[in-house]
Design a protein around this ligand. Structure first.
Ligand SMILES: Nc1ncnc2c1ncn2[C@@H]1O[C@H](COP(=O)(O)OP(=O)(O)OP(=O)(O)O)[C@@H](O)[C@H]1O
Length: 173
């Protein structure tokens, strides 16, 4: 029997294995599986799916700048790793594009084993044709989301005097 070498398998399908894993499990899971993966843009559709369309029963908590959701009760990965998705727009404080950019610049700079891993972001806009003052207009709405590894047992406040080695990242730094 002829064995196809690993590299040939990649070539024959034409799609690298990392991309195949992405197609099967989503980009978020492929980032989690690779500790050296850089934070990247995530499709809104994927984040909607994994948060059950940002449903209330997935909410972990609310901060001054948005609502945080937990991805999948079972954990996104088979080993139980999970993700926290922070929805910046849903808060009373409306993030502007340059504030989001500033936030991303900071998060991408700070990568350390003792800091909660920043996995990626989503910034998508859509337009809806709707009635406004006796006419119709295109109303634009944007979603700005940040994804972090999930930290069990709550936030830094609970750990500050404890033994946890996690440091909680704050987006308003
Ligand atoms: N990565 C995470 N893993 C687990 N839970 C999280 C994570 N990020 C946030 N949370 C939960 O969501 C809550 C809200 O978090 P968020 O960062 O929005 O606000 P905060 O910690 O109160 O501070 P601030 O509003 O000043 O940023 C936290 O109290 C925590 O319970």
């Amino acid at each position: 029997m002829d064995f196809v070498p690993f590299s040939k398998k990649v070539e024959t399908s034409g799609v690298p294995f990392s991309k195949q894993a992405e197609a099967r499990h989503g980009i978020l899971e492929s980032i989690l599986q690779d500790p050296s993966a850089k934070p990247r843009s995530l499709p809104l559709q994927e984040l909607k799916e994994v948060t059950n369309n940002f449903s209330e029963d997935r909410q972990l908590g609310k901060g001054g700048f948005g609502i945080v959701y937990k991805v999948s009760e079972q954990g996104l990965l088979a080993n139980g790793e999970a993700v926290a998705v922070k929805d910046l727009i849903s808060s009373q404080f409306q993030f502007k594009e340059n504030q989001f950019k500033h936030e991303l610049d900071n998060l991408m700079k700070v990568q350390h084993e003792n800091i909660v891993r920043f996995l990626g972001y989503c910034y998508e806009s859509s337009r809806e044709y709707m009635e406004y003052e006796a006419t119709h207009v295109f109303a634009e709405s944007s979603k700005m989301l940040l994804c972090f590894e999930y930290v069990p047992n709550g936030s830094l406040d609970k750990h500050i005097n404890g033994m946890s080695h996690y440091i909680y990242t704050h987006h308003n730094s």
